[in-house]
Design a protein. Structure first.
Length: 245
């Protein structure tokens, strides 16, 4: 009798899904398909902050554009944005028809995020839930300059940068951020919703500052705090920037 062949056993590496931070900017469209005036205004905005949106993942917000429903219009908008070195990949606040048109234009639909942490209603007591396991604090210290295009993440702790942060670089921390140098990029602290997180900066020239989802861009920073040592914190749902003595 011939001997049966033994089944061949092949080791297959399991597929891994790993969480990563993605900072996406939402572009609000109002009315129908964007026209020449819309793109002229967009170009003017990009000239004022050329590095802030360069190659930034972009979500097209259709909350105020119910008439923007044709796939060809969304494709035209997508192409115009890409020509300006933006990276549109999704729509939000879209109707069923807009979602279908977006899919035809190669754009996915995502759930709209929040600009600030959600608070429970005063009239309704929040349902008791089991306290989640607290992640282990993991602070990160970087002692070299952060170059444009780099993204430095301290997911469950503070982030300390001993050096300069270039325009187009990104700092992300679950806790506080300390920058001992000139800050020209984007800094986002308390990304898991910690409203007590703070940002300390030796020389402020940032493109964006954010704590727990509330943010300010370079256009919203007062002249008095630029090029100064500052302390950034939340107070009464406002992002405050104060100079340090």
């Amino acid at each position: 009798m011939p001997k049966n062949d033994a089944p061949e056993i092949t080791a297959v590496r399991p597929v891994q899904f790993r969480g990563r931070f993605l900072t996406a900017v939402a572009l609000l469209i109002e009315g129908g398909p964007p026209d020449r005036r819309f793109f002229a205004g967009l170009d003017a905005q990009l000239r004022r902050m050329p590095h802030f949106l360069a190659d930034a993942p972009l979500i097209i917000d259709l909350a105020k554009a119910p008439d923007l429903i044709r796939a060809e219009d969304l494709r035209h908008l997508r192409d115009e944005l890409r020509q300006r070195k933006l990276a549109p990949f999704a729509v939000q606040n879209a109707s069923a028809g807009q979602i279908a048109a977006a899919a035809d234009a190669g754009l996915i639909s995502v759930v709209a995020g929040q600009d600030a942490p959600q608070r429970p209603s005063r009239r309704e007591a929040p349902a008791p839930v089991a306290a989640p396991a607290r992640p282990q604090v993991a602070n990160k210290i970087v002692t070299t300059p952060v170059r444009s295009g780099q993204s430095i993440v301290a997911e469950h702790g503070d982030l300390v940068i001993v050096g300069h942060v270039a325009s187009g670089a990104e700092l992300i921390a679950g806790g506080n951020i300390h920058i001992y140098g000139t800050m020209r990029g984007r800094a986002m602290a308390g990304v898991h919703g910690d409203e007590n997180a703070r940002i300390f900066c030796q020389n402020l020239d940032a493109e964006l500052l954010a704590i727990a989802g509330l943010y300010r861009t370079s256009e919203n920073l007062e002249h008095e705090v630029r090029k100064r040592s500052v302390h950034i914190f939340l107070q009464d749902q406002r992002l405050c920037v104060e100079t340090l003595a």
